[in-house]
Design a protein around this ligand. Structure first.
Ligand code: NI
Length: 172
């Protein structure tokens, strides 16, 4: 089932999310809903707080080439184990901040540990777009948005646009 994506500013997007202790069928269904919502948007990543669920769960799939096999990843309690000194710059966007993009500098490579849908511990090193995306999504679990990396003036400008957008959506 497709879920509604919260638009910034929203207090739920600024919260530190709680760890997932027990994997339930409900949480697995939530992960499926998040993937459906992400693909539909379309986007390459989505974090649970973006649909108003304050738990440490993210989904991502950075396979973008036409016709390539999708690689949906579901991560409960994802954690960055190590990050490279080398950085990379990507133009980031966010489904909670529609149509706004800005360059963000992050570690180019990160090792991430998480629990998968079967409750199994996983660990993998990501680079390229995957590294940026997984860091962006984990930030969401700590109440951090990509615009928090921007200069205050730019951040305020984007936030004002979003306030306006939400007003228009509420009227529609
Ligand atoms: Ni985002």
């Amino acid at each position: 089932m497709k879920r509604n994506i919260l638009i910034h500013p929203d207090p739920r997007l600024k919260k530190v999310c709680a760890p997932v202790d027990d994997l339930s069928d409900e949480l697995r269904a939530l992960a499926d809903d998040m993937l459906e919502t992400m693909y539909d948007a379309p986007g390459i990543g989505l974090a649970a707080p973006q649909i108003g669920v304050l738990e440490r769960l993210i989904v991502l799939d950075c396979v973008k080439e036409e016709g390539a096999t999708p690689r949906p990843l579901v991560m409960f309690n994802p954690e960055i184990i190590s990050a490279s000194d080398e950085t990379s710059v990507y133009e980031e966007g966010c489904l909670s901040i529609p149509d706004q993009f800005a360059e963000v500098t992050r570690p180019a490579e990160v090792e991430v540990a998480w629990m998968d849908k079967n409750g199994k511990a996983q660990r993998e090193t990501f680079d390229g777009l995957w590294a940026t995306c997984v860091q962006h999504e984990i930030d969401h679990l700590n109440g951090k948005l990509f615009i928090d990396y921007l200069k205050p003036l730019k951040r305020q400008m984007i936030t004002r646009k979003m306030v306006k957008l939400k007003r228009e959506l509420a009227r529609a």
